[in-house]
Design a protein around this ligand. Structure first.
Ligand SMILES: [Zn+2]
Length: 252
């Protein structure tokens, strides 16, 4: 069976920093870090492969949108990816998470958006973060031209606006590698749920195969320190001939 191919699109890059927080955190960098973590998290599932619209090596030379966007769309369409997931952070004064699909998108895009939102919001709840208004939005609810990646990609496509980079509390989280690991895992879990991917089997520690042994205590004194079940009854009968009051058998 061929693998499900996910095209991850870390927003911005090259001369396009995306939104920049007061302290200098760039959306393009957060998006790329998150994409790499999502890729690693998807690696824990069977039957899935990942491709990127940009990476660290080429992001410096990456043309700024709209050329960049056109190239990303062309790349995604040529890649034969089964789904396109664009990663961004929000800005402009607000808080929380939201996601977008194209207004005329397929039912599968809507399903993917719903399961991604479900997993991501469940994770963010642990940080007291919820949706920015309605979590599931369509492109007409965004003024941003970058939503074009949703309209012109041929495969199911969702764009995630992961928190507000200009919100001090959320910016702190976007700088936190552990937080991003968890966020990436929730995104991977959403993708896995949409495509029915299963986690790779993890090797179980081998349990030593030993037969249970027993200790026999008669009148408070151990008379048999350890015996297998088949020898236990004979040993116990012998002990019962000598002692009368209290016989205990414990597994050891
Ligand atoms: Zn963005």
């Amino acid at each position: 069976m061929s693998k499900v191919l996910i095209c991850l699109d870390p927003g911005h890059g090259g001369p396009d920093s995306g939104a920049v927080s007061k302290s200098g955190l760039r959306e393009a960098d957060v998006a790329l870090t998150l994409a790499e973590k999502v890729s690693a998290a998807l690696g824990k599932y069977d039957g899935v492969a990942v491709t990127f619209t940009r990476d660290r090596n080429n992001s410096k030379n990456y043309p700024a949108p709209p050329e960049g966007l056109r190239k990303r769309i062309a790349y995604a369409n040529a890649s034969g990816a089964d789904a396109f997931v664009s990663l961004h952070c929000n800005s402009g004064g607000g808080k929380g998470f939201e996601s977008f699909v194209a207004g005329n998108c397929s039912a599968f895009s809507k399903k993917m958006q719903a399961v991604l939102n479900e997993h991501i919001l469940a994770y963010l709840k642990g940080y007291g973060i919820g949706a920015h208004g309605t979590a599931a939005k369509v492109d007409s609810q965004s003024a941003r031209g970058r939503i074009g990646v949703l309209r012109d990609t041929k495969m199911p496509a969702v764009l995630l606006e992961c928190l507000f980079i200009d919100n001090p509390n959320e910016e702190k989280l976007l700088r936190d590698g552990n937080f991003l690991d968890g966020l990436a895992q929730s995104i991977a879990a959403g993708v896995a749920s949409a495509f029915g991917l299963k986690k790779k089997a993890t090797p179980q520690p081998v349990q030593p195969q030993t037969k249970p042994m027993h200790r026999v205590i008669v009148d408070g004194k151990p008379v048999i320190d350890s015996a297998y079940k088949d020898k236990l009854l004979a040993a116990l009968a012998k002990a019962l001939d000598k002692y009368q009051d209290k016989v205990e058998i414990t597994r050891r």
